[in-house]
Write a new protein. Structure first.
Length: 251
């Protein structure tokens, strides 16, 4: 589904990502790990169009999307969350989802201004879909609550569900377990696997919480100073001496 080939990102004389090559197949959960400053979020920013790579290609189902605008990449089927939660806090929970639904609904200006039946039908369809999404993750009871009023864990879920509202083929999660306690992290693991199974999406995630990474990922890529130092299954990564020295440390 996704393949990056020798993707490099330079900022002046600084190379944030160097020759990053990776792949994600359909309905797979892949982890991207490494020390702070290793270039992980830069990889996400390149894939989602926030940065245009200095060189390399990014293939989504065989089509090169490298350097395309973010909205084009989202429409092509890639959605993401952020390391710091970025909800529309003063909007309700339902309104946050409806914002994302607009990508697929696309009423034209004429229909919108005159409030024609076609526009009303699309509005109803988006509303029904948004409520179905909220119901699937246990947030329907909060539909009319301001997003800012939700607990931290629920805000994380809402951000993920808002990304799902764009109907992606690939979901990028940037440290979804950040700030969570052990119980919340265990619940998040089940939540992410459930999303994969329910919505049939592939998932690429950045995470420092090793229980989450080792528990749900089929394969891992390890970055250090922008360079891929290892790739493999969780068990292979756990035993890799380069990864132990650079990131995991000795138990």
């Amino acid at each position: 589904m996704l393949e990056t080939k020798e993707v490099t990102m330079q900022f002046g004389g600084l190379t944030a990502v160097s020759n990053f090559s990776a792949r994600v197949v359909e309905e797979e959960i892949v982890g991207l790990i490494g020390p702070n400053g290793a270039g992980k979020t830069s990889v996400f920013n390149i894939i989602t169009g926030m940065y245009s790579p200095t060189k390399g290609s990014i293939l989504l189902n065989g089509k090169n999307i490298a350097g395309k605008p973010a909205h084009v990449i989202t429409e092509a089927g890639i959605a993401r969350t952020f390391q710091n939660i970025r909800l529309f806090h003063e909007m309700t929970v339902l309104e946050n989802i409806l914002v994302a639904c607009n990508l697929r609904a696309r009423p034209n200006l004429f229909e919108s201004v005159l409030h024609l039946p076609g526009y009303r039908a699309k509005e109803k369809q988006s509303g029904d879909f948004a409520r179905e999404l909220l119901a699937s993750v246990g947030l329907l009871a909060n539909a009319d609550d301001p997003a800012v009023s939700l607990s931290y864990g629920k805000q994380r879920r809402l951000e993920i569900v808002r990304a799902l509202a764009t109907k992606p083929k690939l979901l990028l999660l940037d440290e979804p377990a950040a700030g969570m306690n052990p119980q919340e992290s265990r619940e998040l693991m089940d939540f992410i696997v459930g999303i994969r199974d329910t919505f049939k999406v592939s998932i690429l995630l950045i995470e420092h919480h090793m229980q989450v990474v080792m528990g749900i990922c089929t394969r891992l890529y390890v970055l250090d100073y922008g360079i891929t130092i290892a790739e493999g299954t969780p068990e292979e990564i756990r035993k890799n001496q380069k990864v132990i020295d650079a990131y995991l440390g000795v138990e």
